[in-house]
Write a protein that binds this ligand. Structure first.
Ligand SMILES: [Zn+2]
Length: 414
């Protein structure tokens, strides 16, 4: 049996080489260990000017050989060596010619970068760095380059419905605001911070990229005051809906506060602490066993039991088909919360009343909201995927990569 005879052809294909570029040879250095492949350029070949595409004269080579990391070969790191030619163009002067396998100023081949993007899309950055035997900073640079390019080139026409949400990174010290195209379910913008300026910056980008703020018909967000006024100002024709997820989250938070307080006051703290997760399960999803356990806990801890039933009414509210059906349920919920003798619920009731119109918009916007349903979980999964990034840019790039549905210009090796 012979060894691979067509090794040259294999290398040419994987580096996208064609005339006048050719493979000079390859070596295996057992001491490193690594594979080194040497690329040449035929001397007399006429090369077009990289700047204007016109005819040129050859002007020697770059002074020093350049090295690029390529995809591993049989698990050995593989390096490409080449001294690239220079050309003299009558209109552009002396120009450095780039090799067909590189992007300018990168020390990695395009195919390596494509592979790195694939790996980075599916695992945390630290893990990707280990898998690729590459440092995190270098990988983040590759990620930022390709994502930025794709985001810059993407048009934002025909966007009618958006969802805005904020999420924290760096252990909750910093925030980013994420804007999602509800129809395509894709992240279209990530801005640093969570104040009104994020909405303003997004509206500017939308306009620059072919969109029209006046055509935004629906905006879904949480209750933050910064978003409310900015949305009204920047998207005057949009119906603004406070999404179900955030309303539910607010009421559940109050329930948890009630539970913590009662737990502190109680002589039997443990039972309520152990049962705390039961109170987070919607009534309809409880198993028979859980229902019985919850009933007895509710008797023992009446305040938490009362707060739990309030959450159930909120679920009934969202189960309504129309705004007409939902309106009396809201009224009932509100008055019950006010009379609950639970200060946490009373405060939350006031917040709900303040935002009633925007909360009720849910029922007129059911279709959009159905699309938006999964958006928060999408942001959460993007956030999990972006773990490990210490800069805003890296964090934003990772969110775009996993949830942006981008058209990356780098080709995937598979
Ligand atoms: Zn030229």
């Amino acid at each position: 049996m012979k060894m691979i005879e067509d090794f040259k052809n294999m290398v040419e294909k994987s580096l996208n080489l064609s005339e006048p570029w050719y493979v000079k040879g390859a070596e295996f250095h057992a001491d490193e260990p690594a594979i080194h492949i040497y690329i040449g350029v035929t001397k007399r070949a006429v090369i077009a000017c990289p700047k204007c595409g016109g005819a040129t004269k050859r002007y020697g080579y770059e002074p020093r050989e350049r090295v690029w990391r390529h995809g591993d070969c049989m698990f050995y790191p593989t390096f490409i060596h080449c001294r690239r030619p220079k050309v003299l163009c009558p209109s552009c002067g002396v120009q450095q010619v780039n090799a067909p396998f590189e992007r300018q100023d990168s020390r990695f081949t395009l195919m390596f970068e494509g592979y790195a993007m694939l790996i980075m899309a599916s695992m945390p950055i630290a893990k990707a760095a280990r898998a690729l035997r590459c440092d995190e900073k270098t990988l983040t640079n590759i990620l930022n380059y390709w994502v930025e390019k794709a985001v810059d080139e993407r048009k934002l026409c025909d966007i009618k419905s958006i969802a805005i949400d904020e999420t924290s990174f760096r252990k909750g010290h910093d925030y980013v605001t994420v804007v999602i195209d509800a129809a395509k379910r894709a992240v279209i913008d990530v801005e640093p911070g969570k104040d009104a300026s994020t909405v303003e910056k997004f509206s500017e980008k939308l306009t620059q990229k072919g969109g029209n703020c006046a055509e935004i018909k629906s905006v879904t967000s949480d209750m933050s005051a910064a978003f409310l006024s900015a949305v009204e100002e920047k998207f005057p024709n949009a119906k603004h809906t406070i999404d179900k997820f955030h309303v539910k989250q607010l009421v559940l938070k109050s329930l948890d506060e009630v539970r913590k307080k009662e737990q502190k006051e109680s002589s039997e703290k443990q039972a309520l602490f152990r049962g705390r997760k039961l109170f987070m399960i919607p009534e309809k999803r409880l198993t028979e066993e859980q229902r019985i356990a919850l009933q007895s806990l509710s008797k023992q801890y009446p305040k938490t039991g009362r707060a739990y039933r309030i959450v159930s009414v909120l679920d009934d509210f969202y189960a309504c088909e129309t705004a007409e059906d939902a309106d009396p349920v809201f009224a009932g919920l509100y008055s019950w919360m006010r009379r609950s003798r639970l200060p946490e619920m009373k405060n939350t009731a006031a917040t709900l009343l303040k935002h009633k119109d925007r909360i009720m918009n849910y029922f007129d916007n059911r279709l959009t909201n159905a699309i938006c349903e999964g958006i928060n979980s999408m942001i959460q999964s993007a956030k999990r995927a972006a773990r490990g990034f210490h800069t805003f840019k890296g964090f934003a790039s990772k969110i775009f990569l996993v949830a942006g549905k981008l058209n990356l210009a780098v080709s995937c090796p598979f």
